[in-house]
Structure formats: structure tokens, C-alpha cells
Design a protein around this ligand. Structure first.
Ligand code: ADP
Length: 379
């Protein structure tokens, strides 16, 4: 920074399993380190060691690191923007573990270990929930007893905020408009999927809720269901709440309906080969996204751009086609020729007559985190 040149990138997988793997690229060099990594703290130490390795590291030594940006999933109502991490922030990340039991603990461990390794360097937290904090109460409240919000903060928070914010800013730039004057629907369609309604550059609604389970159907998550299904299953199948929770998060969505895979590539192929349930899963996935596009068009009014991003949004012309099919009355007219085969590039796939632009914008959450961190800690 500030040139935004990426020096290295990497991925550490299978943390806590017998054999973990760190894959990273430095310039043209690709390296793999197979080593048992017990937790995310140990993982971060391995990453810093790799980055400062004399032969293969990109940094001369650890003192070259000027700041650390942490992606933190849940900041609840406490954070509406990126912040420098002090004791109060760290405590808030800890306090929100109840709302994100799988994500906030490793996020916290990352912060603790980064502070231990780099005690004099600013640490910055970029929250996945922060971008959605501008939602008005009528969008974020559930129609359940108000006391549950007052005492337990049960409300809609939304996730993928860093991605929605990044692609919204890019969309405004591509349209040549000020972000504060731009209305956008962003569709982040990966394994997890969510849409956001962005009016005058700020989020007014999003499809995920208290947890990332609400909203459109996803790889393994059900998305919106009738909540009465839960007591029904508890009675009819004698299922425990924890088992129903696992079923809705891990065994539902595209995987649950198709019985084949959570991977959209496999679903599209199976549907092409005539598999009825794969075709049903694909149609359900796209139909539900289409319904949210309709709802958010109503919420926003005059939409300047509908943006597709993340693994499926960036790569699947089939999904983009099915979502946009017959949406001309709402102002979205897709140019199927431009759309077909478009993959991982910034591109306008709307016809010239389309009232709203339809954009593919590859997301870049890491760059967003780096930009926020640089702005707060290094300027
Ligand atoms: P995550 O939420 O895990 O970050 P990604 O954004 O990487 O997920 O998206 C993963 C999804 O993108 C998978 O369902 C994968 O099948 C899908 N995907 C990637 N490439 C393609 C493609 N060419 N066509 C259709 N789907 C694709």
C-alpha cells in the first residue's frame, strides 16, 4: 500500500485436523507447507514465519509489517465502521461470540496472536456486519415480541458486508457516479449467499439475518423457511433443536434438495445431464434470488445497477440468466450474448435499452480490508 500491489497471497486449510496445509504464492513462486496446525493462533504464527522466511519469504523481517487488518464476522450493533483494535474493541469481539459461535472465537484468537507477534503495530478490525448497520429499524427488526430485541438483541444484522461494500463502490465507479448518489442491488452468490439493497450508497436492507442462515437458499443452508417447520420436526421426527440447526445449516439448500452436491458447477452439470432434482435445486436457487431482486427494487425505487459477485455470481452465466429472465418490466434486461461465457471479469451484461445496468464485479474483500487498514493505521 498505497499502490495496492499484492505481494503475496495464501490459504491455510484444515486447521485442527491431522494434516494442515498452507499454500501461498509470492510473485511467481508457489509454495506448500504441510504441517499440523492446532488452531488459528498457531496458524497465524506459521503464516508470519512463511512471510519472513529468508529464502522464500516476501519480507526481509517482521518489522516491515506496518499494520494488520482482521476480518471479524460479528460486531453486532457496536460497530458501523472499521476500527483500530483497542481493549474495548477486543472485548466487544469476545462479547459477540454468542451471536457468531463459529467465527468470532478464531477471529479473536487471530487478534490476540497478532498483538503478541507485533506488539507495536496497529491492528484493525473490519466487521462483516458493519456495512449493514445503516438499515432502518423497519428492515432489521423481526416481528416478534420487542423484549427479545431489548434483552437479547435479536434482530437482523446481515453479513458479507465487506464484499457488498467493495462491489458497490466499484459499481459506482464503473457507472461514473458518486457512490452517495447511486442505488444498487448487490448479489453476493458464493457458498454462502446474500443480497443487499443499497440506496444512495448506504445499505437499507439485506437478506441475511441474526445469523447467515436467513435469506436465499445457499450451498448447504436452507435460507428462508416457515419457522413452524422447526417445532413440526421436533414433534414429527422427535428431532432435537441442535440437530435441526445442523440440518438447516449443513444439509439443506442446494445440497439438501439435489442430494448431489453443494457445488454449483456439479449441480449445473447434473441438471444438464437430465437430473430432475439438480434442475429443481438450480431453479429454486435462482427463483429465490429473483424474488429478492424484486423486493429490493420495490424497497429502493430507481435502481442504477444490479451486481453479481462471488464464486457463482462471477462465474455462472446460467444462474445470472435464470435470475434476470423476464425481469424487463422491473427494468433489468440482460444481454444473453454478453452474459454467456463471461467469467471473473468486470463487465456490463445489460442491453443498451435496459433501465438498470447489470454488472459482473469480482469481489475483493482482502483489498477492501487493506484499504481500510491503510486509511486508519498508516496515513
Ligand atoms: P465461499 O462462500 O466459500 O467464499 P465462493 O465465493 O468461492 O464461496 O463460491 C463458491 C461457489 O462458486 C461454488 O458453489 C462453486 O461451484 C461456484 N462456482 C465457481 N466457479 C463456477 C463456475 N464456473 N460455474 C458455476 N459455479 C461456479
Amino acid at each position: 500500500m498505497p499502490s495496492e500491489q499484492r505481494q503475496a497471497r495464501g490459504l491455510l486449510e484444515r486447521i485442527g485436523e491431522d494434516q494442515s496445509r498452507l499454500t501461498y504464492t509470492l510473485g511467481e513462486t508457489k509454495k506448500i507447507i504441510d504441517e499440523k496446525v492446532a488452531d488459528h493462533g498457531q496458524g497465524l504464527k506459521l503464516i508470519v514465519k512463511a512471510l519472513t522466511d529468508r529464502e522464500n519469504g516476501g519480507l526481509k523481517d517482521i518489522s516491515e509489517i506496518g499494520a494488520v487488518g482482521h476480518r471479524v464476522v460479528h460486531g453486532g450493533e457496536a460497530f458501523s465502521e472499521t476500527v483500530i483494535i483497542d481493549d474495548h474493541v477486543q472485548k466487544a469481539v469476545e462479547d459477540h461470540i454468542q451471536l457468531a459461535p463459529l467465527h468470532n472465537p478464531p477471529n479473536l484468537l487471530g487478534i490476540v496472536v497478532a498483538k503478541e507477534l507485533l506488539p507495536t503495530v496497529p491492528q484493525v478490525a473490519v466487521f462483516d456486519t458493519a456495512f449493514h448497520q445503516t438499515m432502518p429499524a423497519h428492515a432489521f427488526m423481526y416481528a416478534i415480541p420487542y423484549e427479545l430485541y431489548e434483552n437479547y438483541r435479536v434482530r437482523r444484522y446481515g453479513f458479507h458486508g465487506t464484499s457488498h461494500r467493495y462491489v458497490a463502490a466499484r459499481a459506482a465507479k464503473l457507472l461514473g457516479q458518486k457512490l452517495e448518489e447511486t442505488n444498487i442491488i448487490t448479489a453476493h452468490l458464493g457458498n454462502g449467499a446474500s443480497l443487499a439493497a443499497i440506496k444512495n450508497g448506504t445499505c437499507i436492507d439485506t437478506s441475511m439475518g441474526l445469523t447467515p442462515l436467513e435469506g436465499v437458499a445457499m450451498g448447504t443452508r436452507s435460507g428462508d423457511i416457515d419457522p413452524a417447520i422447526i417445532p413440526f420436526l421436533a414433534k414429527a421426527k422427535d428431532m432435537k433443536v441442535a440437530d435441526i440447526d445442523t440440518m438447516l445449516n449443513k444439509k439443506s439448500g442446494v445440497l439438501g434438495v439435489s442430494g448431489i452436491s453443494n457445488d454449483m458447477r456439479a449441480i449445473e452439470k447434473a441438471a444438464d445431464d437430465g437430473n430432475q432434482r439438480a434442475a429443481l435445486a438450480l431453479n429454486m436457487f435462482c427463483y429465490r434470488i429473483k424474488k429478492y431482486v424484486g423486493a429490493y427494487t420495490a424497497a429502493i425505487g430507481n435502481v442504477h445497477a444490479l451486481v453479481f459477485t462471488a464464486g457463482i455470481g462471477e462465474n455462472s452465466d446460467t444462474v445470472r440468466n435464470l435470475v434476470c429472465e423476464n425481469l424487463e418490466p422491473l427494468g433489468y434486461s440482460i444481454d444473453t450474448q454478453k452474459n454467456n461465457g463471461a467469467r471473473g471479469v468486470e463487465l456490463d451484461i445489460a442491453t443498451p435499452q435496459s433501465r438498470s445496468r447489470i454488472l459482473i464485479i469480482p469481489t475483493n474483500e482482502e483489498l477492501m480490508i487493506a484499504q481500510d487498514t491503510y486509511a486508519l493505521a498508516c496515513k
